[in-house]
Design a protein around this ligand. Structure first.
Ligand code: 13P
Length: 256
């Protein structure tokens, strides 16, 4: 099933988060949840409130987180353990988002440890990969993305990889209003799938879901979801408004 994920980044405090989810739940129909999986990734401080709301009203959103540490516990001031996330009913954890890699110095190695840890605690990693504008313009996109995929999946079993999601997010398309063209997005998504087949197994490559991310809007999602190797989207800015995000989830019923 396609996975449509809203990454709120550092937006919406917990009161806003509650209002958002109530409004989104009102806008979506049962059929939407039958056809599309929807995850929301609020800031950590919102998670407990949303868990309570989702449980109480039996909502079908999947709770997601934006990051976690790789260790279960210890002297890591300010960090969040994957154990805590699992306790809050979190199912999907974004790992290695480009903002974490570029602004907070997360290495391929650290990202790989987080992937292992998220899986160990029964959650599903959304492993983010993608090239900078300079890499894009120098024709290095596939090299970079393949390297990040290889590093992130290192030592993972075929069954583990089957449950994972890889989000291809070209950094130059994040928050800029620019999209990779459908041909570019398809080329990279196909290369990711091929890399998974080579590295892990063909069944894992077929089962893993690949998302596209970077300035996805209600008006652009339909063209992206048509691509054979794209199984969902990871949405930033356009996931902050419940009406726009509902239109994204309902992409099958409109063309823009
Ligand atoms: P935008 O949709 O705001 O470009 O953000 C994409 C993103 O980084 C999602 O993780």
């Amino acid at each position: 099933m396609p996975l449509i994920s809203g990454n709120w980044k550092m937006n919406h405090h917990h009161f806003e988060a509650i209002q958002f989810i109530q409004k989104l739940a009102y806008l979506l129909q049962k059929q939407d949840f039958d056809e599309v999986e929807v995850s929301v990734h609020p800031p950590f401080t919102d998670l407990r409130s949303l868990q309570t709301l989702i449980d109480a009203d039996q909502l079908r959103f999947k709770l997601g987180a934006q990051n976690c540490h790789s260790d279960d516990k210890g002297a890591f001031t300010g960090e969040i353990s994957p154990v805590f996330l699992a306790k809050l009913g979190v199912q999907y954890v974004i790992v290695g988002h480009s903002e974490r890699r570029e602004m907070f110095g997360e290495t391929d190695d650290f990202v790989a440890q987080k992937v292992a840890s998220v899986l160990k605690h029964g959650m599903f990693p959304i492993l983010c990969v993608g090239e900078t504008l300079a890499e894009h313009e120098s024709g290095l996109t596939l090299d970079k993305v393949r390297r990040q995929v290889r590093a992130g999946l290192d030592k993972r079993s075929s069954d583990q990889v089957k449950s994972m999601v890889i989000a291809y997010e070209p950094i130059w398309a994040i928050g800029t209003g620019k999209n990779a063209s459908p041909d570019q997005a398809q080329e990279v998504a196909a290369a990711i799938r091929e890399e998974v087949a080579t590295l892990i197994s063909r069944p894992a490559a077929e089962a893993i879901r690949i998302q596209y991310g970077g300035s996805v809007k209600a008006g652009t999602i339909a063209d992206i979801m048509r691509l054979p190797d794209v199984d969902g989207v990871l949405v930033g800015g356009a996931s902050l408004d419940p009406t726009e995000f509902a239109r994204i989830v309902q992409y099958r019923h409109h063309s823009g």
